[in-house]
Design a protein around this ligand. Structure first.
Ligand SMILES: *Cc1c(COP(=O)(O)O)cnc(C)c1O
Length: 364
């Protein structure tokens, strides 16, 4: 079978053109026109008021928490099923993560569990639009309003996903994106915060530049960070952004192909969209109740089909044990779920062939 990729990036002539232009300008570091251009284009695409480019999705989440003044004594609600980079920034600012189980159909934080986890110390919630699938944002925003909580969306996997016609990342106080090599668009490594509040954006811009007061030379009125994106990364980002619709459409086609080919298999369920949600399908994922993920992944690897395990529930990490609570849905999805080849390098034909092979393996 022709090679099929799990989540490799898709780079072509446009990317080369932008990178050469950047090199020729000699502005490869944190000064240069591509950074503000990338921020503006990104904000415009999402319909957000402002955007700030940073070094990674993790840095974006860290800056959102820091800029909102969250720290020791505060609790931040996170889902049990996510990449660890959702949780670590909560510890960076000295707050306590409160881990809530996910919904078994959407794999995203369960709004009922979220509300039950609120205490008088809760300051924020970080809903994660897992694998590109939007969270139930109307319910989450309503709970946040009622309990006066900040909402920081972890939209690192969900660029292009919609809830009630609006892009994920534009609902909360901040939306955080990642441009790691395996995400929908890449800058090699990078991230972005979007916000509806220009002052907040200015504040983050200041914090990520070592909190430097440029008007007074090297004067720093508070502790800052070096989380700036470089011009060379932003050049790559702008090139990728110009292909956003093409890349997103590919992901959506794979989701249709997998559903058409595998949807009738007994015990098999795809990660499903909530009411009002339209997934970006960053990775097409499924769960098969009759087989363990380890076994299925091994059988598919023998057929030349790369897959990846679903994230391990975050409370399994030794340094997070003290925050652990039972999260049976996250555990079940971890044990039975896998992510299928979803790289935008894959043709529809090779994806269809892979889907047919998966079908054969499952129905063996
Ligand atoms: C990729 C990712 C991040 C972090 O992004 P980086 O750019 O790798 O730091 C955070 N949360 C989730 C759910 C992710 O998938």
């Amino acid at each position: 079978m022709e090679k099929i990729y799990l989540d490799a990036p898709n780079l072509g002539p446009v990317e080369k053109e932008y990178l050469v232009k950047c090199l020729n300008s000699n502005y490869v570091s944190t000064v240069g026109p591509f950074v503000p251009d990338f921020e503006e284009e990104f904000a415009r695409l999402l319909g957000a008021e402002a955007a700030v480019a940073v070094q990674s999705g993790t840095a974006a989440l860290h800056m959102a928490l820091h800029a909102l003044g969250i720290g020791p004594g505060d609790e931040v609600i996170v889902p049990s099923l996510t990449f660890i980079a959702t949780v670590n920034p909560v510890l960076y600012v000295g707050a306590r993560p409160v881990i809530v189980d996910v919904d078994p159909a959407t794999w995203n934080i369960d709004p009922v569990g979220l509300e039950q986890a609120v205490t008088e110390n809760t300051r924020a919630v970080i809903p994660v639009h897992l694998y590109g699938n939007p969270c139930q944002m109307d319910a989450i925003m309503e709970i946040a309003r009622r309990y006066n909580l900040y909402v920081i969306e972890d939209a690192t996997e969900s660029l292009g996903a919609l809830f009630n016609g609006h892009y994920t990342g534009t609902f909360g106080d901040f939306g955080c994106f990642s441009f790691n090599g395996n995400k929908l668009i890449t800058t090699g490594g990078g991230g972005m915060l979007v916000t509806g509040d220009r002052e907040r954006a200015q504040r983050v811009k200041f914090l990520v530049n070592q909190a430097r007061d440029a008007a007074r030379g090297y004067y720093h009125p508070e502790m800052g960070f070096n989380y700036r994106m470089t011009n060379i990364e932003a050049a790559l980002g702008l090139a990728q952004l110009s292909r956003f619709r093409e890349l997103l459409a590919r992901k959506k086609r794979y989701a249709v192909i997998y559903r058409e080919t595998l949807g009738d298999i007994p015990g098999l369920q795809f990660q499903s969209e909530c009411q009002g949600g339209e997934s970006a399908h960053w990775l097409s994922c499924l769960r098969v109740s009759t087989v363990k993920a380890v076994k299925l992944a091994a059988a598919l690897a023998e057929e030349g089909i790369p897959t990846r395990r679903v994230f391990m529930p975050v409370s399994d990490m030794p340094y997070l044990r003290e925050y652990a609570r039972p999260c049976p849905h996250a555990r079940d999805i971890y044990e039975h779920g896998i992510c299928l080849p979803s790289s935008t390098l894959n043709s529809d034909e090779v994806t269809k062939k892979a889907a047919l092979t998966i079908r054969r393996v499952l129905l063996g």
